[in-house]
Design a protein. Sequence first.
Length: 117
Amino acid sequence: MNPSASLAELDEAAEQFETRADNTLRSYASDWKSWERYTSDIGYPSAGEAPGAVLGFVVWLTREGKALVTIQRNLYGAVVSLRQRGSTGLPIAAEALHFGELGLRNEASDRRSPPAP
């Protein structure tokens, strides 16, 4: 194999990776803005990481009419952003993520349930 061809392939792969990384960073920034709007609405510090606050975020996003896939992405992005901002309660953040996922399952179940007679 030609070394310069291999290098060109690696360069192209690196550019594609950087594009994906940039998109991920933009998504996390958007998720963080959603988290900040939510915490502002409820009067909670944006650096807070309590499981109840994260579960509340799921409920808030649902009331905002967000799709389940969007809620899940916002949830992950918010937890990642909390960690990047120096969250010292990483086990709490993991627990919060678990509570948030439970909330998502409950919301999905509620959306599929037929209305009561």
